[in-house]
Design a protein around this ligand. Sequence first.
Ligand code: 0A1
Ligand code: ZN
Length: 849
Amino acid sequence: MKDASPQTVYLKDYTPFGFTVDEVELTFRLAPSATRVLSKIRFSPNPDAPDRHFFLHGENLKPVSTRIDGAEITPRHVEGGIEMDAPDTPFTFEAEVEIDPAANTALEGLYISGGMYCTQCEAEGFRKITWYPDRPDVMAPFSVRIEGDVPVMLSNGNPGASGPGFAEWHDPWPKPAYLFALVAGDLRNHPDTFTTMSGKTVDLNIWVRPGDEGKCAFGMEALKKSMTWDEKVYGREYDLDLFNIVAVDDFNMGAMENKGLNIFNSSCVLASPETATDANFERIEAIIAHEYFHNWTGNRITCRDWFQLCLKEGLTVFRDSQFIADMRSAPVKRIEDVIALRARQFREDNGPLAHPVRPQSFVEINNFYTATVYEKGAELIGMLKTLVGDAAYARALDLYFTRHDGDAATIEDWLKVFEDATGRDLSQFKRWYDDAGTPRLSVSDDFGDGRYTLTFRQHTPPTPGQSDKAPRVIPIAVGLLGPNGDEVLPTTVLEMTEPEQSFTFDGLTAKPVPSILRGFSAPVILDHASDNATRAFLLAHDTDPFNRWQAGHDLALDCLIAMIRDGAAPDAGYLDALHRLIRDDEQDPAFRALALGLPSQDELAQTLHDHGHTPDPQAIWEALETLKQARAQAFHDTATRLYAQYQVDAPYAPDATQSAARSLANAAMAMLTRLDGGTLAQKQFDSADNMTQQLSALSALISAGRGDDAVRRFHEQWNHDRLVIDKWFSVQIANAPPDKTAETAETLTRHPDFTIRNPNRFRATLGALTMNPAGFHHASGKGYALLADHLIALDPLNPQTTARMCTAFETWRRYDSDRQALIEAELHRILATPNLSGDTTEMITRILG
Ligand code: 0A1
Ligand code: ZN
């Protein structure tokens, strides 16, 4: 039985398990509705544990038999598993259970996706496969035998014997159960090999459903590049004879780093130029790298308990960002990462779901795979690297890998290697792991007698359960520019440790213009009163690409806030500065495309809220429309030229250079569509030979209200391709006007291709609704009701995806009382649903506060 009333688990209550596992042998007799799992597990008493309580997790298991040292026993069935008396010498536990993969719609444990058996065991899915101490600090080598009438049967590690109807696998590396995986089905592979730095040959495969073989080449190249990069940059070599990746269509998350057998949501690995956009290709490259990098940061060194999740996730996200920065453009990657961090993590950190990077307690661990653990976790690694320097970072990582290889480690272990490698005291830095909330950093300055002083104040607002926050150590990278635009102080890292702190710079001939928080050196909200002229100056002259982009972003933000709040017209200074930048062909096209981006509706809502105003989603949308129209008019000639100039003639390649050209040309096309009613976009749609061009034209046409024909043709062209049809769903909802968004989404939920059983399709539809803020928050409340209806329908099938999507409501207290009342009613309606899952109950309860 699953827990009737899920309990809160506390970090402070951690104790080691009473037994170690020396060896695990599993046999699977596959059958869709009645798979038999036979386990044989060697346990020994754990001398480091305080007691010998022999409890094994288990959920939804039909017991067949249980034995200790060959003798049949009857375990006591308790909440969440079984317990029994165990010998105080080494013993063998054997069990046989029956499970029902065909009925497993939650996609945790062993389930069936498109006729293929597959597993998802992180975080606590293994307990749905058999009785086991399903906790990350219990590590063991696994041997697996799979029996079934299935062409391909895979598990972790290296292959053993196989023949008609069976396959054996052995994974020599001790691992926790969450890294176990099994896949079986009619699969085709895209094979390759890789020679490691010590000369070992590793077989590589990407396994897909028949028909998808043509979409594997890019993922395979990304894998080989990741393997090379991890050897070069971190000295990490792969450690098995085989590395398998499998694409599955039904998957709750992006992908999973199971040892030697990574399982991917097909949307995160399959790509061809015709079916995937430039953004899809970049994401796939990052996720392949992420899962591969987990082999060392996650698998060889794992987490002692789930509170330490950021130990593997923060570090691995940091590593995949470094990889993409090296493969593509470092400044572009940094800007993209910060946009995503602010959109997802700042939003989380400033609402009812705020939690520390390392939480102190949780109810359902699945609810903590968050932007805070992942993306803020990665920012903490970046700050550490900035504080100690590149050479010391490399020393600390070497020490981490040698000292903790084979361990289930903690954040204390992680910080200790930095302390030991550098001699620094990191106790203040540790607050970043323990305290939730985004620090506000305000700045004032002073100049006299050649001396320039910057004074910073830091303050972190209260978050749920944490009212007072002590000051943190904040690395603030600054540079100073002279009045003529020359840099008079190159990037220097100031280390702020006090609530208020001043830093002085001598020997200046004139008051400089500061460039503060270069490269976004800390995840804080910088409050720096500045004028448009200074921002335009930084946009033109700053040597730090991130802060140049930030200056343009701040100009746009101020302009939009004035339009929304005061009914101001679009600011001429902003339009001028942006125009100067985009028509300058000396400037990197990728940077110009990024500079043409605008603050999101959500960022505008949060900014208004932070300044004491109640955001009106409709007014925000209208201001953005007005500004986009004004830009289109002001930049018409430039947009026409850029569109022509940045067409790519070479054969399609999803590389940084081509994708930058396409994104600039497509930004120009979006502007021109506002003036020509869609003629150019229609032409592009008709002639597109890749998905980036086709989808951007389709979005532009839908936004212009001219998309009906293209929408119909797109569906006809792609109805055989599940991943492209996901795009077809979301593009219509994302580009619908606010008063039509809920209606569009609702109509699509009645389309024969819609299903709530596939998480990708659910996200493409209901997720797209929540990501169109003016539509979702339309005063009618229809968006809220539609989402709530579908969350209620999905919860009994798939609690994990339901709970994640509840975050759409996390910003509800920002809005006016009518909208708050509408949302609150929907939250209570969801909460009142009989048998609501623990996952969703926890999320709704926290959101209600
Ligand atoms: N560890 C994976 C993410 C992941 C987490 C949970 C899952 O199911 C509950 C699935 C995947 C990663 O970081 O890529
Ligand atoms: Zn990860």
